[in-house]
Design a protein around this ligand. Structure first.
Ligand code: NAP
Length: 303
């Protein structure tokens, strides 16, 4: 039987439609402030997509673009102002920040109730202690994909490769909260494949193209690929995607293709998997919108 594709784009569209209805029924307009420093093209594209998503859903967005030379103190003053603004429910500081700015101090200066990225230590602590809170967008998207695809987590062996604060750790906490038996693997893990071959649900967030191969996967496992990698070597493209004319065309046109951390050959032994692109990544902005609405409701004492 062929593996089921867990279509992140379709799930994200479903979530956005639900959120649009929710916003229309709120009786007030939630507000998101996005702070972008500098002119990194990738960050600018992300911010534009976030602002556009707000417009679609009826969320007010404020885009702030302070000068790239600002100091930590300058940015702390901006955060302080946004913390106090009644029209701002969520604050998002687009990372990475310039080298001279202390990212930790900036993230910790944000009111936890407005921290729609879920990176503030108060929200991290609440997540690990099973309290309702704002949770990081990408891991929240992973859980939504599993839930909306009817994949049972209770009692499942879940293995997460990667232990970053942004993806690996929070996704592990959320799987634990969803009653999975969770193993977290990382760069120092011995016999990695011994762990991954036990997984009913394997979440991979390491940032290495095609790292997980078919022999590392238990037949019938569910594969969640968080990795986003640009492959610009023609031999790699041919190795990972033999006979894939669409990818070959993309490569010929752009000089690279995007793929995840899981080699496509591994998808063939799974029961279901998230593609890259069009899987986990497709949900991230929808989950940011979800968090903004959640923050807006919580601030007004609504569930
Ligand atoms: P990161 O901070 O670089 O963390 C990578 C993790 O992978 C580390 O914990 C590292 O272990 C582990 N790792 C690296 N090589 C390994 C190996 N050979 N065996 C086992 N573990 C290994 O990366 P990240 O921010 O979590 O991002 C991971 C990937 O997800 C990237 O491709 C990123 O682009 C993607 N991503 C996607 C989204 C989205 O879909 N919207 C959002 C965020 C990230 P150590 O801790 O031991 O070094």
């Amino acid at each position: 039987m062929s593996a089921r594709v867990l279509d992140g784009t379709a799930i994200a569209a479903e979530i956005r439609a639900e959120l649009k209805e929710q916003v229309a029924a709120l009786g007030f307009t939630p507000g998101l402030a996005v702070v972008l420093i500098g002119d990194d093209p990738a960050s600018s594209i992300y911010v534009r997509s976030k602002v556009k998503a707000c417009e679609e859903l009826g969320i007010a967005s404020t885009e702030m673009r302070p000068d790239a030379n600002l100091t930590t103190e300058d940015l702390l003053a901006i955060i302080d102002d946004l913390n106090g603004r009644d029209d701002v429910d969520g604050i998002l500081v687009q990372l990475p920040l310039p080298k001279q700015v202390d990212t930790k101090r900036v993230l910790e200066a944000m009111l936890p109730s407005k921290d729609v990225d879920g990176f503030h230590p108060v929200n991290v602590g609440k997540l690990w202690t099973g309290q309702d809170c704002l949770t990081p967008c990408t891991p929240t998207g992973v859980i939504e994909i599993l839930r909306r695809s009817g994949i049972a987590t209770a009692g499942a062996e879940a293995v997460v490769i990667g232990r970053s604060d942004i993806v690996g750790k929070p996704v592990a906490a959320m799987l634990l909260q969803a009653n999975a038996t969770v193993t977290i693997c990382h760069g120092k893990t011995r016999d990695l494949a011994e762990h991954t071959r036990r997984a009913d649900i394997l979440v991979v967030a390491i940032g290495k193209a095609g790292f997980v191969t078919a022999d590392m996967v238990k037949p019938g496992a569910v594969l969640i690929d968080v990795g986003i990698n640009r492959v610009s070597d023609a031999a790699d493209v041919e190795r990972f995607f033999p006979g894939d004319t669409k990818r070959a065309e993309t490569f010929a046109k752009r000089g690279s293709v995007v793929m995840g951390d899981i080699a496509p050959e591994a998808f063939a032994v799974s029961s279901a998997y998230t593609p890259v692109p069009g899987g986990v990544g497709a949900l991230t902005i929808a989950m940011l919108m979800h968090n903004t609405i959640k923050a807006a409701k919580l601030r007004r004492g609504q569930q």
